[in-house]
Design a protein around this ligand. Structure first.
Ligand code: CP
Ligand code: NVA
Length: 301
């Protein structure tokens, strides 16, 4: 695996196979294994944005693998008072063995990685959320036994960190990806050009025909709160509700990275139905991130 996990572009097909295999093993053996590849290693978790799943699953995962997780609020670091990202990277590299970071600018995370001698894991930027997407691919693999050729329709904000990550994932894993979004939030044109197999469709009802999975995410991502009223107005016809789910395949499953807002991007009826597998998906964050940490730190793998 590459030194860092900044986006799905850092993952090869071979890495993905190893992540699936190891995630399944770590999931099965949880609580009964003495596998401690992070023994003696301190990993900082720097967060500039809110988090429930990512923070807890990384903190627990690092601990279970024998490491020491240190939570750091980015707002309380000197980088918020003008210290450069490069100096921060050099200093932290003298103390730590790795960093998990959730922040706004993806370029800052790239700089942190370039200037650090230790692995950097992107725990969400404005542009990408690779830990979530690897988990989503693993969850699909668990439910469907494969990822290649599976039709996944992502409905809603087509221009956010999740949609961007799905485009890269479709290229990596051969997912048949359709993004259903309004014109205003259509997927990133540069990424769409690189992955011509990904389809953009304005009509969500048409998009979900024969879908194996429907996926959605919040309409207002962290950092975009000022656009809330405009986003709600433009995205209102893109709710994942019973009508939309009925237009997909009978066996369709619904995924959501969470946090969910019932009555906004997804109806309560769908989220609380047995079509939704969001809590299995959320649980898998722990197992998949442990697999990623193991691959980054265990030289034997
Ligand atoms: N899905 C996800 O990343 O959740 P949190 O924002 O709670 O970490
Ligand atoms: N697109 C969402 C994902 C949250 C996990 C956000 O960035 O807020």
């Amino acid at each position: 695996m590459n030194k860092d996990l900044l986006s799905v572009a850092d993952i090869s097909k071979n890495d993905l196979e190893k992540i699936f295999e190891l995630s399944a093993k770590l999931k099965k053996e949880r609580g009964q294994s003495n596998y401690k590849p992070l023994a003696g290693k301190s990993i900082a978790m720097i967060f500039a944005k809110a988090s429930t799943r990512t923070r807890v699953s990384f903190e627990v995962g690092i601990t279970e693998l024998g490491g020491y997780p240190l939570y750091m609020d980015q707002g309380k670091m000197q980088v918020g008072r003008g210290e450069s990202v490069a100096d921060t990277a050099k200093v932290l590299s003298r103390y730590l063995h790795g960093v998990v970071i959730r922040t706004y600018s993806h370029a800052d995370v790239e700089e942190l990685a370039a200037e650090s001698t230790m692995p950097i894991i992107n725990a969400l930027t404005d542009d990408f959320h690779p830990c979530q997407i690897l988990t989503d691919l693993f969850t699909i693999y668990e439910y469907s036994g494969k990822v290649e050729g599976i039709k996944l329709v992502y409905v809603g904000d087509g221009d956010n960190n999740m949609a961007n990550s799905f485009i890269l994932a479709a290229g990596l894993a051969g997912l048949e990806l359709v993004i259903a979004s309004p014109e205003k939030y259509r997927p990133n044109p540069e990424l769409m050009e690189r992955f011509p197999n990904v389809v953009w469709e304005k009509d969500p009802m048409k998009a979900v025909e024969n879908a194996d999975y429907i996926y959605t995410d919040v309409w207002v991502s962290m950092g975009f709160e000022e656009e809330k009223a405009e986003r709600f107005e433009i995205l209102k016809d893109y709710q994942v509700n019973s009508r939309l789910v009925a237009a997909a395949s009978d066996a369709v499953k619904v995924l959501h990275c969470l946090p969910a807002h019932r009555g906004e991007e997804i109806s309560a009826e769908v989220l609380d139905s047995d079509k939704a597998i969001v809590f299995d998906q959320a649980e898998n964050r722990l197992h998949v991130q442990k697999a990623v940490l193991a691959l980054l730190f265990d030289k034997e793998l």
